[in-house]
Design a protein around this ligand. Structure first.
Ligand SMILES: C[S@@+](CC[C@H](N)C(=O)[O-])C[C@H]1O[C@@H](n2cnc3c(N)ncnc32)[C@H](O)[C@@H]1O
Length: 321
């Protein structure tokens, strides 16, 4: 379903659950953002906060999910079922529907109003018995197995020990791919490193963003953290709520995609990952690349090497090489 229509439908459904509070959206968004920045407290305190989230955060988290699922999961036929933990407005499931012929989805979300709204909007996309919406805390639920398990912007909403426990349980429920997405902050990256260590220790293979299973070369450098940026356009409501003047924004994010050790879903021939914006100079392009041997290399492609230069011209921060 088209994303903007989805936002309108969700807004309508959330409004049905309580008094209309749309005039308070800017304040609600400010409160929500302050809470996100200063605590790892989870959840929404009002309908206005949920609607503000749907207008001002959902488009960004959707754009990130959509990009990762499109570019990092190559064998689209591997994915028939999805588990979306801390589903919020169903962002990850909606993005997954864009790329896979899903026949089964389970969404677990603690906010009942979101569950009701998502049910009304997404249920028609699935056969009746194959769509499970669970209004429950992820801490209280035994996860059903799914081909693709997604934890989108969830794990920074809880203390670290709980985040690691939820992640481990989610790995056990993973048949083909497990995807964690977090804000692109250095604090979130520290958590991501712990999740990566845990996944490797339990025998899972890292598919992305790392082109290797060695220690992360950015782990010891306080000024560097592995993150990426996704550009998206802003609707008028999105701009108003964020009091922004630009018609677009760049959403910073970190992510980790792993697979159970025995499955065969690695992408062959990966030579590295571009870890920041390539620098274009006359006749040269410089790129910082995380390499398969687990070190960061600065590669220089010159115009003399025509084929490599042509390829390098189209490479962006976050691309595989
Ligand atoms: C930042 S939102 C992300 C929503 C959605 N996954 C996305 O990417 O847009 C985090 C969501 O996780 C939910 N959440 C936080 N802790 C939870 C828990 N223990 N159990 C279930 N849901 C939880 C919150 O209610 C919220 O909807």
């Amino acid at each position: 379903m088209f994303k903007d229509k989805y936002i309108q439908c969700l807004e309508r459904e959330i409004m049905k659950t309580g008094q209309g509070e749309t005039s308070a959206l800017k304040f609600a968004y400010d409160d929500l953002s302050k809470r996100y920045r200063s605590t790892n407290e989870s959840g929404f305190k009002s309908n206005a906060e949920m609607i503000a989230y749907v207008h001002a955060r959902f488009p960004a988290t959707y754009a990130v999910l959509d990009h990762i699922l499109q570019h990092e999961i190559h064998n689209k036929n591997d994915v028939k079922s999805a588990l979306d933990l801390g589903a919020g407005p169903g962002t990850a499931t909606l993005a997954a529907l864009n790329h896979f012929a899903l026949s089964h989805a389970t969404l677990i979300e603690q906010t009942p109003e979101f569950i009701k709204a998502v049910s009304a909007v997404l249920r028609p996309s699935f056969p009746a018995s194959e769509f499970n919406l669970i209004s429950e805390s992820v801490h209280k639920f035994t996860f059903p197995k799914a081909d693709l398990v997604m934890l989108s912007y969830l794990l920074t909403e809880m203390p670290e020990v709980q985040a690691l426990n939820v992640y481990e349980a989610s790995l056990k429920a993973t048949k083909a791919y497990n995807l964690v997405v977090l804000p692109g902050t250095s604090a979130a990256f520290k958590l991501l490193l712990q999740l990566r260590d845990r996944a490797i220790a339990l025998g899972y293979r890292v598919l992305a963003p790392c082109p290797h299973m060695q220690a992360c070369p950015m782990a010891q450098n306080a000024d560097q953290w592995c993150h990426f940026r996704q550009r998206l356009s802003r609707s008028r409501a999105h701009q108003d709520i964020k009091k922004g003047t630009m018609g677009y924004e760049d959403e910073p994010y970190c992510y980790l995609l792993v697979a159970p050790g025995e499955s065969a879903n690695a992408i062959p021939g990966v030579k590295g990952r571009v870890i920041n914006t390539p620098r274009h100079r006359p006749g040269h392009i410089y790129m910082d690349v995380c390499s398969p041997s687990g070190v960061i290399e600065t590669r220089c492609v010159t115009k003399k090497d025509k084929a490599a230069y042509k390829t390098a011209k189209d490479l962006h921060w976050g691309d595989r090489v």
